[in-house]
Design a binder for this molecule. Structure first.
Ligand SMILES: Nc1ncnc2c1ncn2[C@@H]1O[C@H](COP(=O)(O)OP(=O)(O)O)[C@@H](O)[C@H]1O
Ligand SMILES: O=C(CO)[C@@H](O)[C@H](O)COP(=O)(O)O
Length: 497
């Protein structure tokens, strides 16, 4: 039997999957790592933690599977997007990585918008948002200039891990699109943007396709993991591009919802000349010359894990969420907004914070749990509505990510989005997408579409219930009011954070 491996470098953990030629996940492993929040708005990880835990996860995957290393033909990556890893000439990280959900860069975003004005949208195809990489580079330029001077390259999280596994530096288009330094439609680094901020283009790594072979494993990595040094490594892609591949979002009209640490509503796009005025992100796909648009909730699964860790740390997700389906839609008048680290879509606002509105003496832990899930899902509905208002039909949504493990949440998505929700055999969309990039790269299939047809199997679907849809429509209108009603309160509260 032959296999490929998909490695998904998520925000909460690295997940590895061993996939056979039929697309069956034969084994999976996962190792968590910490997130550092030294100040409000800061979010960092230590790149060494990613490397160590990836190696542990690969070793465990091999041990539990009992598969002979020679049977593993290829390996590829999916990674949390935008995080800045600055390395020196020896490939050593100069500081902790500044992550996608770090919002310290509002001033740098204003600088980018001011300097580039309309050029930013026409070249990079996206607005300057705190989470993207260029604002983070500018933050280092302004606050830690001596570090930027020592930097030989900037990398994104999975590119750094891949470098440590292969010794090769590269970045694929789907991840490069999230830096704001890429000419997205032209598929090259924008010297115009780099020069506008006095950044040498030599800081940008070589660009590759997601399915491109970039090398094999270093001998010491083969020793540490038990994999063969001859295992071929394919570049991989941004986690959302890989999630889209793993969910089969490979042609027009298909929509995905991912509830991981962040939440994403994503739709395939062939046309590179479409202008969404920066309301949604517009990025290169992992498939050649294709694109996707997406809206992002900064703290989707993260809101639920924050809630669990803060108020019910001793409970598992399954225990915490037991019984929430017995509570009516609307959690008996309790409304939550998931802005606990600021927001992106549709409110690019680093300063907004979350709220529980309507707390009543009768509310119990399970009402709060349900309200958190509803608030997250309402936030994703805002992105669904942007797609619908742009003329896209959204009748069916493939749901992936940790949130897809919970049946009640899948039904809630159907009722809040008024669309059929499809759950796949494996909710590991990004890791599966990475495995598919390796399978396609190895030549198992002539196209990613054919790989998707063979690998992706729906497990169950959830139809919207018209009564609950109507109830949620009313609540959604209330939810949408909360942002405007709490914005200035949060501006005044900032001084106390
Ligand atoms: N059993 C579960 N039920 C509901 N949600 C869950 C469950 N397990 C995990 N989650 C949610 O999934 C999130 C993690 O999803 P995952 O896709 O692994 O994230 P990432 O790729 O960002 O590391 C958690 O923050 C949590 O909110
Ligand atoms: O910032 C974005 C997309 O623009 C996030 O979606 C990150 O890519 C993190 O993903 P998860 O860890 O939540 O999967």
């Amino acid at each position: 039997m032959s296999y490929v491996i998909g490695v998904d470098l998520g925000t909460s953990a690295v997940k590895t999957v061993l996939v056979n030629r039929e697309g069956k996940v034969a084994f999976e492993a996962s190792e968590a790592y910490p997130l550092y929040q030294p100040k409000a708005g800061y979010s960092e990880q230590n790149p060494e933690d990613w490397v160590e835990q990836t190696l542990v996860s690969l070793r465990k995957l091999l041990e539990v599977s009992g598969v002979h290393p020679s049977e593993i033909e290829g390996l590829s990556f999916s990674g949390q997007m935008h995080g800045l890893v600055l390395v020196d000439a020896e490939g050593k990280p100069l500081r902790n990585a500044i992550l996608w959900n770090d919002t310290r860069t509002t001033a740098q975003c204003h600088r980018i918008e001011k300097v580039l004005d309309g050029k930013l949208l026409s070249i990079a195809r996206n607005r300057a948002l705190e989470g993207f990489t260029l604002p983070k580079i500018l933050w280092v330029q302004e606050n830690e200039p001596e570090l930027l001077q020592q930097a030989a390259l900037f990398l994104l999280p999975k590119d750094y891990v891949r470098y440590r596994l292969t010794g090769d530096y590269a970045m694929d288009y789907s991840d490069a699109a999230g830096t704001l330094l890429l000419d997205v439609a032209g598929k090259q680094w924008s010297t115009e943007i780099a020069e506008a901020f006095e950044l040498p283009v030599s800081l940008c790594p070589r660009l590759v396709e997601s399915f491109e072979e970039v090398g094999t494993l270093l001998p010491q990595i083969a020793d540490q993991t038990g994999l063969a040094a001859a295992t071929k490594v394919y570049a991989g892609g941004a986690d959302n591009a890989c999630g889209a591949i793993g969910a089969g979002i490979l042609s027009e009209g298909q929509t995905m919802c991912s509830i991981g640490t962040s939440g994403v509503v994503l739709s395939y796009e062939e046309r590179k000349d479409l202008d969404f005025e920066g309301k949604v992100h517009f990025f290169n796909h992992g498939e050649k010359d294709a694109f996707y648009i997406m809206g992002v909730t900064l703290a989707a699964g993260y809101s639920l894990s924050w809630f669990k860790d803060t108020f019910a740390a001793d409970k598992s997700f399954d225990v915490l969420l037991q019984g929430i389906d017995a509570i009516p839609a609307g959690s008996n008048g309790l409304l939550f907004t998931p802005y606990i680290v600021g927001e992106r879509t549709p409110h690019p606002d680093a300063n907004i914070r979350g709220s529980f509105i309507g707390m009543d003496a009768g509310h119990k832990l399970e009402h709060f749990g349900r309200a958190v899930m509803e608030g997250i899902t309402f936030s994703l509905r805002e992105s669904i509505d942007i797609l619908r208002n742009a003329g896209k039909t959204v009748n069916e949504v493939i749901s992936i990510g940790g949130g897809a493990k919970n049946e009640a949440w899948l039904q809630m998505q159907a009722d809040v989005f008024n669309a059929t929700i499809v759950k796949l055999e494996s909710e590991q969309g990004p890791a599966m997408g990475a495995a598919m990039l390796a399978a396609y790269g190895c030549g198992w299939f002539p196209s990613l579409q054919e790989c998707a047809a063979a690998f992706i199997r729906p497990a169950k679907s959830y139809a919207p219930n018209p009564e609950t849809v109507a109830a949620y429509d009313g609540l959604f209108a209330l939810y949408q009011d909360v942002y405007g009603q709490t914005r200035s309160l949060n501006d005044r509260l900032e001084a106390y954070r």
